[in-house]
Ligand binder design. Sequence first.
Ligand code: NAD
Length: 255
Amino acid sequence: MKNALITGGTSGIGLGIARYFASHGYNLLINGLERNGTETAHDMATEHGVKVYFSGANLMQPAQIREMVQQAEKALGQVDVLVNNAGIQHVAPVDEFPEEKWDSILAVNLSSSFHTSKAVWKGMKERGFGRIINIASAHALRASEYKAAYVAAKHGIAGLTKVLALEGAPFNITCNAICPGYVRTPLVEAQIADQAKAHQMTEAEVIEKVMLKKQPVKQFVDVCAIAQMALLLASPASSQLTGTMMPIDGGWSAQ
Ligand code: NAD
């Protein structure tokens, strides 16, 4: 029950989840485009005394996703927990939104989670155990301007989560989405500059007036809170917890 595949596990939220799972005895395969992925996996394994493998599969390519899942099943023996975390962002008004950005955001933030889930499904079903955790976003529940592709993909993930929860129910496969507010990761750092341009504000104004404006607690979300929730959802004890959208957003979605 303690073998997990984490996409985007070499940066930001995914890296935080991977480290937390490793510290709780999980063997892992982490995936991502970071060049130091092998080194990150090696360091994590040494620090926590678990096995950690790396895959540099590009999640825009379904064939590479299938190979990555095969690699994980071979290396770990089986995949009990799948964390669909990898994601990208682009911020622009709809009439200026580049079509190739729409396609790539939909591919990474939505379609890849279908392909990974499909690839692990057979094994999970045969073993009568599976935990699929989608790192969605507050944008799976709420919209913001200038994020057409991201909001569409994250709302799509909410739908996929519910369908997998229904189909997985007879087989003890659960599927849930965690919906964080803003977390200060490389993805958000890059976005601050883009948002400043789109909103014609300074970067400090973007943080105060665009990002944290939506979060009543006025703080970025801590990666650790997301990792703790993911570990709870991964637990065998969480078999009744399925089909949910778990906000960790400082009250954003309460509004
Ligand atoms: P990040 O940029 O730090 O990490 C993203 C990871 O995804 C990286 O490891 C990157 O290599 C990987 N990735 C991107 N494209 C890929 C591809 N084609 N193939 C393989 N891997 C790819 O970002 P983050 O902020 O940690 O975001 C992680 C997830 O959390 C995303 O799904 C994001 O939408 C979601 N999220 C982030 C925030 C936030 O404020 N940071 C808030 C809500 C939801």
